[in-house]
Design a protein around this ligand. Structure first.
Ligand SMILES: C[S@@+](CC[C@H](N)C(=O)[O-])C[C@H]1O[C@@H](n2cnc3c(N)ncnc32)[C@H](O)[C@@H]1O
Length: 258
């Protein structure tokens, strides 16, 4: 039985290292194990029993299966590049009720799946060229008082300013699809501007420091953030303006007129 399982697994490729039966694990990417563990630790700190959970950019579904194991009521996961490892093997092998869909995050709307108590969004933000809009779309499907568990690569710097490092092509510190590296202040300010309060910020390498040499490569670390949504409504004019909806409730002009 174990040999059949192992030969089936060898015909598939995996990103996450997932235990499919006692002592048998998928052959995931070793380099991402510490990052996945950091996210799982944060996930375990949340109360998931009875909750609706969404996993954005789920890949092999490691966080979805963990959320289900932790008692989540319903788990929906999506990715725009699903692999047979998850759709044709893991869900069945783990006897899981997680729903795995093919979906582009930029098509996510509240009426796609409704609202969620917890959204898990790891390992994707730094790949996105439209990061603010992606976070806004995610914010829009979280219930008031719901939680975003975000993990991303970020720029380690000494700047007191909110910054976004947005390299293209060969200038990316990872590879060309990795194009969005906020610094810590930029990331936290962006989340706050969307109505979140930050409950936890953890970096993978807390000792990482920015280089003082301007010609040195940028220092990139990974962080996990727990952020709670206080106000899902676009309650202020500035946010409406950012979304091009200025006429919904116009900001007074410099002379006080509308
Ligand atoms: C680096 S992997 C991270 C996988 C997993 N979330 C983790 O943290 O271990 C990035 C995943 O995001 C998915 N992805 C990237 N852009 C996406 C988009 N616009 N919509 C949905 N998924 C996306 C990719 O297909 C890939 O599976």
């Amino acid at each position: 039985m174990q040999t059949t399982l192992e030969s089936r697994m060898q015909s598939l490729s995996f990103y996450h290292t997932i235990e499919v039966m006692p002592g048998v694990w998928t052959k995931g990417w070793p380099a991402v194990v510490p990052i996945v563990d950091m996210v799982k630790n944060h996930l375990r700190s949340l109360t998931l029993a009875g909750k609706r959970v969404l996993d954005v950019g789920c890949r092999d579904g490691a966080f979805s299966f963990e959320a289900e194991r932790l008692g989540a009521d319903e788990v929906i996961a999506f990715d725009n590049d699903l692999t047979p490892g998850v759709t044709e093997f893991l869900v069945e092998q783990l006897n899981s009720k997680v729903r795995i869909d093919h979906l582009n995050l930029f098509d996510l709307k509240p009426d796609t799946y409704g609202y969620f108590d917890v959204v898990i969004f790891p390992g994707v933000l730094y790949h996105l060229r439209y990061p603010f809009w992606a976070l806004k779309l995610i914010r829009d499907v979280i219930t008031t008082d719901g939680v975003l568990l975000l993990e991303t690569a970020f720029l380690v710097d000494d700047s007191p300013r909110s910054m976004l490092f947005c390299p293209t092509g060969e200038e990316s510190p990872y590879e060309p699809t990795s194009c969005t590296f906020f610094n810590k202040k930029g990331l936290l300010d962006t989340l706050r501007s969307l109505g979140f309060t930050i409950e936890q910020f953890t970096s993978l390498h807390p000792d990482a420091v920015a280089s003082t040499d301007p010609d040195a490569p940028p220092v990139i670390d990974r962080c996990a953030i727990i952020a709670r949504l206080e106000s899902p409504e676009d309650g202020d004019n500035v946010r409406r303006y950012w979304e091009g909806r200025v006429h919904d409730n116009p900001i007074p002009r410099w002379d006080g007129s509308r």
